[in-house]
Ligand binder design. Structure first.
Ligand code: HEM
Length: 433
């Protein structure tokens, strides 16, 4: 019996693959690139075995889809008492089965594209506030600006909380939460979890509870926050778990997508100019709206290409609740599973010039399972329609009102809670109006 399972266990990369991975890690500065060297040697599904860290890595289009969709009941979202679970508790992202389906049912109506369109003016206003704060020629940390935009929009669109006033209070508290769940030594041993951040985390906790209590006392109606309060009959713990999950999952990801887009445009002035010309032709100085931007091909490919190169959630984590079949392999019960969207998006056998920024490749259409920035299966991103709408409106507004130039040499990603630009990465702004 044991022999049978061993035969079907995914392979371990060779020593040569590990050496190539190490060389890649040293060259590119990110271990995500190193995974490709292991995949190239061992195949789409392989065992990563390091001292104190073992995982099964999945990095092929078919195997990822199988893991996320067909094997979803076996490969569970999160069963470890790791920092992510400790922070989100019973939040939608870490729940499975009937409870997860129930939480999706409550939240889904708030993410319908038609329901979101009424927040378009708030999205443009959030972009305007940042642009107007930039002096012509200023060098700005673009990721900070996009983080503020994303948080303001999320607070307003999902919770009915005034974005500009509340975001400035919450933003540094959320930063502590991000640091808490970012990959770190705890991956190697649970006892090595980050400590010492209790202060801001407690403050965040308090701020959320204050919002929930205020809303319970005077309901606003029509927001996701109100819908949770009603569905959970005021149970503060349950509302807190969903609210915090949505805040973390929903703003840092969009912030990273917007930041990478503007960084890539700064690094590729010809692409930026073409996109701006298309926006100018369509809008002039009019305020961007979903209707006005519909079908603007020059923008579309830029957004997808930024997500391909820098998927904000580059690796999805799962744990095998039981022994699971995955194509020709068996994933043993208890195994940690890492689904690498980053590797998938940069495979040289699936993408020509995989590391190059070539938005036009998305004109060909039909990306299928080789492009999965929002995941797949039951946990597929619920917020994708909000992210897409916001991306279109904010990027169109930025192109209308400013020109972006690189004040960096080579943009490098940092693997925090999301795949974000390294802190301190600056972009020079030329204001148009
Ligand atoms: C560029 C923007 C975004 C990207 C790339 C992204 C990516 C993803 C991915 C890959 C997953 C699947 C995680 C997994 O299977 O483990 C996910 C789930 C999720 N996302 Fe997003 N996301 C984005 C924006 C948003 C926004 C704007 C919101 C909410 C406002 C949001 C809320 C969520 C939630 C709640 C889940 C968990 C869903 C569930 O477990 O059923 N995301 N996201």
């Amino acid at each position: 019996m044991k022999g049978k399972i061993d035969r079907r266990a995914p392979p371990v990369p060779s020593v040569g693959s590990y050496l190539r991975a190490l060389a890649m890690r040293l060259r590119s500065g990110t271990w995500l690139d190193a995974l490709e060297a292991l995949r190239a040697g061992a195949g789409d599904v392989f065992r990563l075995e390091l001292p104190s860290f073992r995982a099964i890595v999945i990095a092929g289009p078919a195997s990822i889809r199988t893991a996320l969709v067909e094997a979803a009941s076996c490969l569970r979202s999160r069963v470890d008492p790791d920092p992510v679970v400790r922070l989100f508790r019973a939040g939608i992202l870490v729940m499975d089965g009937a409870e997860h389906a129930y939480l999706r049912r409550i939240a889904s109506p708030f993410f319908r594209p038609a329901a979101l369109e009424r927040f378009a003016p708030a999205m443009v206003r959030a972009a305007d506030r940042q642009i107007e704060a930039w002096a012509d020629g200023a060098q700005v940390e673009i990721a900070e600006a996009t983080r503020t935009i994303a948080l303001e929009v999320l607070l307003e669109a999902l919770f009915g909380i005034p974005g500009p006033t509340e975001a400035s209070q919450l933003i540094h508290l959320l930063r502590a939460a991000h640091a808490y769940i970012s990959p770190g030594p705890w991956l190697f041993h649970p006892a090595l979890s980050v400590s010492g951040r209790e202060g801001p985390l407690q403050e965040l906790e308090q701020a959320l509870r204050d919002h929930i209590r205020r809303r319970r006392a005077s309901p606003k109606g029509g927001t996701l926050l109100d819908a949770w309060i009603e569905a959970f009959r005021g149970d503060e713990e349950r509302v807190r778990d969903q609210m915090l999950t949505m805040l973390i999952a929903g703003h840092d990801t969009v912030a990273a997508w917007l930041a990478w887009t503007l960084i890539l445009l700064a690094a590729h002035p010809a692409v930026q100019e073409r996109a701006r010309a298309a926006v100018d032709e369509r809008l002039g100085r009019d305020t961007p709206s979903p209707k006005a931007l519909r079908g603007l091909e020059e923008l579309e490919g830029i957004g997808w290409e930024a997500l391909r190169l820098y998927p904000p959630i580059p690796v999805l984590n799962r744990r095998a609740a039981a022994s699971c079949a995955l194509g020709e392999w068996t994933i043993p019960a208890g195994a940690r599973v890492m689904i690498s969207l980053y590797t998938l998006h940069r495979r040289p056998d699936l993408w020509a010039e995989p590391h190059a920024f070539r938005p036009e490749r998305f004109r060909e259409g039909g990306m299928g399972s080789r492009f999965l920035p929002f995941g797949a299966g039951p946990h597929t991103c619920i917020g994708a329609p909000l992210a897409r709408l916001e991306w279109w409106l904010v990027v169109a507004r930025m192109l209308q009102r400013a020109v972006f130039e690189p004040a960096f040499s080579a943009p490098r990603p940092r693997m925090g809670a999301t795949l974000e630009p390294t802190p301190g990465l600056l972009v020079r702004i030329r204001r148009r109006w």
